[in-house]
Design a binder for this molecule. Structure first.
Ligand SMILES: Nc1ncnc2c1ncn2[C@@H]1O[C@H](COP(=O)(O)OP(=O)(O)O)[C@@H](O)[C@H]1O
Ligand SMILES: [Mg+2]
Length: 234
């Protein structure tokens, strides 16, 4: 089966700074993959490479089997790959509903519509006409996830979606991510909170110094948690 997303032997840079060193990863339709590793190993740079925000100078990138020489955010979106960026980036001057509609810009057809997003996140319907930035941190994260779903993606990349959120919100998001994945959307979950990783992901890739150094199955148990902990001691 063709991977939705494939990076092979990727070398990525910010200017002269060489960050990814031969990185390889693949995500197939419907998969739930966690990308873990200490701060600064290059996890966000993987996302930035896919969006063209970090410069790929060697190696290859494929979206749905199509080679992508000059990645851009809209090219990823056209191939059904969307990003919930680290730090969320809600547009300040737009309401909750306007933020959601931004996500539909690619016009890809699929199950996700504004009413479906409101079923998933009733709080967003209650706050539909307030500015997106007036929401709490947890609600803004829900909005960022809802906006990503509006593109009807085959794959969502979530870059540290629970950073700085209260445990009760993290639990709600874990439930949401599982519901989204149950509907068939593949997830690449970049996450330091490993108790969330074991509840959501089925497979993990561990990074160190700009490449993948370990991978395996994720088991949702105390032992499974311990098995991946060594990869993310900050
Ligand atoms: N815009 C940038 N310019 C130069 N170096 C950067 C830039 N962004 C990140 N870096 C560096 O790249 C390395 C990897 O960063 P990042 O991908 O954000 O790691 P992670 O997401 O795993 O914490 C770090 O050493 C960081 O300082
Ligand atoms: Mg990061």
């Amino acid at each position: 089966m063709t991977a939705l997303l494939s990076l092979d032997q990727v070398q990525s840079f910010y200017g002269a700074a060489h960050i990814l060193h031969g990185l390889g990863l693949q995500v197939h339709a419907g998969e739930r993959v966690a990308l873990i590793g200490r701060n600064g190993v290059g996890k966000t740079t993987v996302v930035n490479t896919i969006l063209g925000l970090a410069q790929m100078r060697a190696g290859s990138l494929h979206f749905g089997g199509v080679p992508i020489a000059r990645p851009r955010p809209y090219i990823a979106a056209q191939h059904g790959i969307v990003v919930v960026p680290q730090g969320r980036r809600i547009v300040a001057n737009l309401t909750v509903e306007e933020n959601l509609l931004l996500g539909a810009a690619t016009g890809r057809k699929g199950p996700w519509t504004v009413p479906e997003i409101y079923k998933l996140f009733p709080i967003l319907q209650e706050r539909a006409h307030t500015p997106g930035t007036a929401l709490s941190g947890g609600q803004q994260q829900m909005l960022a996830v809802g906006r990503a779903l509006m593109a009807n993606p085959g794959l969502i990349l979530l870059d540290e979606p629970t950073e700085g959120l209260a445990p009760v919100i993290v639990d709600q998001l874990a439930d949401i991510f599982n519901r989204v994945a149950d509907q068939g959307t593949a997830l690449l979950l970049i996450e330091q909170n490993l108790s969330l990783v074991v509840r959501v992901a089925h497979r993990y890739l561990a990074m160190a110094k700009g490449s993948v150094v370990a991978q395996g199955q994720v088991v949702n148990s105390p032992q499974g948690l311990q098995d991946i902990e060594e990869h993310v001691m900050v």
